[in-house]
Write a protein that binds this ligand. Structure first.
Ligand SMILES: *Cc1c(COP(=O)(O)O)cnc(C)c1O
Length: 414
C-alpha cells in the first residue's frame, strides 16, 4: 500500500496529484458507532460492486420496480408512491418541503433538534409562512403545542422528525398525524434514522410524506433517500399553481422517471450501483425479518445502556422516549469529551459522535444502527469507552463489569 492520502496535508496532496502515479485510497478499518454512516455489510458492498448497467436497461427497470415495492413494504405504505431519491437524506426533506409548499402557504414545523430546524429553514426557502413549535432538545414533540399552532392559522402542512438524531429522542407520529388530519394539513415525517431501526408505519399513522436515508439503520452507503408520498399529497403536488424552484427534486418530473411502467422518460441518470446496494440491504433486512431487526436494535440498545450504567454513565433522554439506535450519553463532569472520542478512534478504531447545538460538549452520541447493531459492536464500544475514561483517570468500574452488565441482553443475539 502506498502513502495514505487521508493522512497527508493539502500541500503534500497537491504534490502527489501533480505526479503520474497517484495511489488508490484505502480507508482505515473503523467500527462505526456514530450518528451515521453505519457499517455496511460485505453483501451490500459486493452488490454495489457489480457491473454498472444502463439506467434505461430493461434489467435495471425491473430492479427499479422491485426497489419501489421493497420501499412500500419498509415504510408500510402500500398506497404511497415510493422511490429512492438521488442524494443524502436531506434531499428527501428538500423534496417533501419544496413540492408540498408554495409561496404564502402556512407550515407548522415542530422543532426538537437540529433536523427540525433544517425543516423550518427549508419551508421558509419554499416561501411559506413558518410557525415554529419549539421544544427543549432531548424531549419529544408535544402534541398539545402542535395543536395550538394548528388552530392558530390554516396550516397546509405539519412537519416533524420521528427519530431526532441530534438528541436521541423519539416522537410518536400517530397523534401528530391525527391532529394534522383534523386540521386538514398534510404531514411530512422525517424517518431518516427511524426506518429499519424502530417501527415505521405510514398507513397506520396516516402520514403523507416520509423520507429516510440509506446510511443509518438500513446500513447501505450514503447516497440515496427512500421517499414515500401519499395519493392525497400527490394530488396537492399535481395541483400546484407554481413550479417548485428546484428542478432535480420536482416530484412531477421525478415520477415520470420512476413512476411510468414501461414508458420511462429520461430525467436524470439514476445512481445505478447505489440502487443495487439499497436493494441488497432490503433483501437482507427482509430475510432477517422486519420485527426481528427492530428487536435486535432494542436488545443492543439495552445491552449498551446496561454496560454504560456499570461505567457510571447515564443517558440524556428519559427512558420512555429513547431511541434504541441513537444514544445520547451524558459526559461526566471534568472529562475531556473530544479526547475520549479521539482515544476510542485511535486505539480501537471506534467512531462515536459529539453533541450538537445546545448538547455540544454535554453528550456523546452512540449509534447502534443496522449492521453496527451487533453484540460485537456493543462489546468493543464499551471496552473502548471504559479504556478512554480510564486514560483520564475517571473510571471506577472495570471493563469486565461493563461487559458483564451488557451480556444478558447481548447473548440472545449472535
Ligand atoms: C442524518 C439525518 C438527516 C440528514 O441526512 P443526510 O444523509 O445527512 O443528508 C435528516 N434527518 C435526520 C433525522 C437524520 O438523522
Amino acid at each position: 500500500m502506498g502513502p495514505r492520502l487521508h493522512s497527508l496535508g493539502a500541500g503534500q496532496r497537491r504534490q502527489l496529484w501533480g505526479r503520474a502515479n497517484v495511489n488508490s485510497f484505502h480507508p482505515p478499518v473503523r467500527v462505526l458507532m456514530g450518528p451515521g454512516p453505519s457499517e455496511v455489510s460485505a453483501r451490500v458492498l459486493m452488490a454495489q460492486a457489480r457491473p454498472t448497467i444502463g439506467h434505461l436497461d430493461p434489467a435495471f427497470q425491473s430492479l427499479m420496480e422491485e426497489t419501489k415495492t421493497g420501499l412500500q413494504r419498509l415504510f408500510r405504505a402500500p398506497n404511497h408512491a415510493c422511490i429512492p431519491l438521488p442524494g443524502p437524506g436531506t434531499c428527501g426533506m428538500e423534496a417533501g418541503m419544496m413540492n408540498l409548499l408554495e409561496p404564502g402557504d402556512v407550515a407548522v414545523v415542530a422543532i426538537n433538534g437540529l433536523f427540525g430546524q433544517r425543516m423550518a429553514d427549508m419551508a421558509e426557502r419554499a416561501g411559506a409562512e413558518v410557525v415554529r413549535v419549539e421544544q427543549t432538545w432531548g424531549k419529544p414533540v408535544d402534541p398539545k403545542k402542535v395543536e395550538a399552532a394548528l388552530w392558530a392559522r390554516g396550516a397546509k402542512l405539519l412537519a416533524f422528525v420521528h427519530a431526532e438524531t441530534s438528541t436521541g429522542a423519539m416522537t410518536d407520529p400517530a397523534p401528530l398525524c391525527a391532529l394534522a388530519r383534523e386540521h386538514g394539513a398534510l404531514t411530512v415525517v422525517d424517518c431518516v434514522t427511524s426506518l429499519g431501526g424502530i417501527h415505521v408505519n405510514a398507513e397506520e399513522w396516516g402520514a403523507d410524506v416520509l423520507y429516510a436515508g440509506t446510511q443509518k439503520c438500513l446500513s447501505a452507503p450514503p447516497g440515496l433517500a427512500p421517499f414515500a408520498i401519499s395519493p392525497k399529497a400527490q394530488a396537492v403536488v399535481n395541483a400546484r399553481k407554481t413550479k417548485p424552484r428546484n428542478w432535480l427534486y420536482d416530484l412531477q418530473l421525478l415520477m415520470s422517471y420512476w413512476g411510468g411502467e414501461g414508458g420511462r422518460a429520461y430525467h436524470h441518470t439514476a445512481p445505478v450501483n447505489a440502487v443495487y446496494g439499497l436493494h441488497e440491504a432490503m433483501v437482507a433486512l427482509f430475510e432477517e425479518g422486519q420485527e426481528a431487526v427492530i428487536a435486535r436494535h432494542l436488545a443492543m440498545h439495552q445491552g449498551l445502556v446496561a454496560g454504560l450504567g456499570a461505567l457510571g454513565l447515564d443517558l440524556q433522554v428519559a427512558k420512555a422516549h429513547r431511541l434504541p439506535q441513537l444514544n445520547t450519553v451524558k459526559i461526566p463532569e471534568g472529562v475531556d469529551e473530544a479526547q475520549v472520542r479521539l482515544h476510542m478512534l485511535n486505539r480501537f478504531g471506534v467512531e462515536i459522535g459529539a453533541g450538537l447545538g445546545p448538547l455540544k460538549g454535554k453528550v456523546w452520541r452512540i449509534g447502534v444502527m443496522g449492521s453496527s447493531a451487533t453484540p460485537r459492536h456493543i462489546r468493543v464500544c464499551l471496552t473502548a469507552l471504559a479504556d478512554a475514561l480510564a486514560a483520564q483517570g475517571r473510571n471506577t468500574a472495570s471493563v469486565q463489569g461493563a461487559l458483564d452488565a451488557a451480556e444478558d441482553r447481548l447473548s440472545a443475539h449472535v
